[in-house]
Ligand binder design. Structure first.
Ligand SMILES: C[S@@+](CC[C@H](N)C(=O)[O-])C[C@H]1O[C@@H](n2cnc3c(N)ncnc32)[C@H](O)[C@@H]1O
Length: 309
């Protein structure tokens, strides 16, 4: 069975690769087809499992087929008591508002079901791209639930980006993620909210305390180690992947430049470990030249780069 995921407009590459990474983490044989702002996954994994993790998917569900002529629409969808039709136009042409009403009328007659705009049992999606008209459906709208963050900090990563980075690591429930520059624990929180174990490291005692409070507020029990990032070498055998957000400036506790810190950090990470890092654009170092990269514009003096290797 194929699932569909309609992506938000911003960060389309990131959004697409996040869905692909989640699918592959559960089923390496997942096959994926894409169209602009649309990902379709054929996999053992149910759509709602992927949707509950995916940060940048706007709508998701099951693909029931394609259609050309609405009169001949072949709807192999289990008959709902109530439903609503929704058009998602991803094509370059405008589409009149009558499509969903026309399809709604045809299906209501065929099924003997009622249209309910406010509380439908099933939403029927008419997904229009430049090449194809897809028919999809879902009995609920699944969105990720982010953990609580009771103590914030101006330099924290936003939760959506942190979740997306964890997903790009292709790790899943039971796997162990390490964030060796954990700050307030955003990455650890998102990882644990998706069923992973996580270990945080930060050389700042206050940051470690903040992280612990944020974890406890969610009932999470990730380990937090107050140490320099080099500590990761002692626990490498326990971890499946590294997801981290490196400092953007020179810390008051060290005189090392962010570029040198990134270079030193990369040099202690074994190549076979899954690595997802975010750093300020311009700090590129040798060890990540071949990594897949995504740019995230924040403001005129900060563009972040996510690198996955
Ligand atoms: C960009 S912040 C991380 C923010 C974090 N992602 C969050 O959402 O709160 C980088 C963190 O790295 C820590 N740090 C800087 N140099 C370090 C080092 N050599 N070893 C370990 N931690 C370090 C800083 O204390 C800071 O909390």
């Amino acid at each position: 069975m194929s699932s569909f995921f309609v992506l938000q407009k911003q960060y389309e590459d990131l959004a697409r690769d996040e869905i692909i990474s989640i699918s592959k983490s559960y089923d390496s044989k997942s096959s994926v087809t894409t169209e602009p702002r649309l990902v379709m996954v054929s996999s053992k994994i149910p759509w709602y499992k992927i949707a509950s993790r995916a940060t940048f998917a706007r709508h998701s569900g099951i693909i029931a087929g394609t259609f050309d002529d609405i009169i001949k629409i072949d709807c192999s969808i289990p008959r709902p008591e109530t439903f609503v039709c929704r058009t998602i136009n991803l094509s370059s042409k405008s589409i009149g508002s009558s499509l969903e009403r026309q399809v709604g009328a045809i299906l209501a007659k065929r099924w003997g079901s009622k249209v309910s705009l406010s509380n439908p049992q099933v939403t029927i999606y008419l997904i229009i791209t430049d090449s194809t008209k897809y028919l999809g459906y879902a009995d609920s709208q699944i969105m990720p639930v982010h953990p609580k963050k009771i103590i914030k900090h101006p330099h924290e990563l936003d939760m959506k980006l942190a979740r997306c980075m964890v997903n790009l690591s292709q790790l899943k429930e039971g796997d162990v993620i390490c964030d060796p520059f954990c700050g307030t624990g955003t990455i650890l929180l998102e990882a644990e909210s998706m069923g992973m174990h996580s270990i945080g490291i930060d050389f700042d005692k206050i940051m470690c305390k903040i992280t612990k409070k944020n974890l406890v507020a969610n009932g999470f029990d990730s380990r937090v180690i107050n140490s320099g990032y080099e500590k990761i070498q002692d626990i490498m055998g326990e971890i499946d992947g590294i997801v981290t957000d490196l400092p953007y400036g020179i810390s008051s506790r060290s005189s090392i430049s962010p570029k040198k810190l990134l270079q030193d950090f990369i040099s202690v990470i074994p190549k076979r470990k899954k690595l997802v890092i975010v750093y300020k654009k311009g700090l590129e170092v040798d060890g990540i030249v071949k990594a897949k990269k995504y740019e995230i514009y924040r403001h005129k003096s900060l563009t972040r780069v996510i690198a996955v290797s």
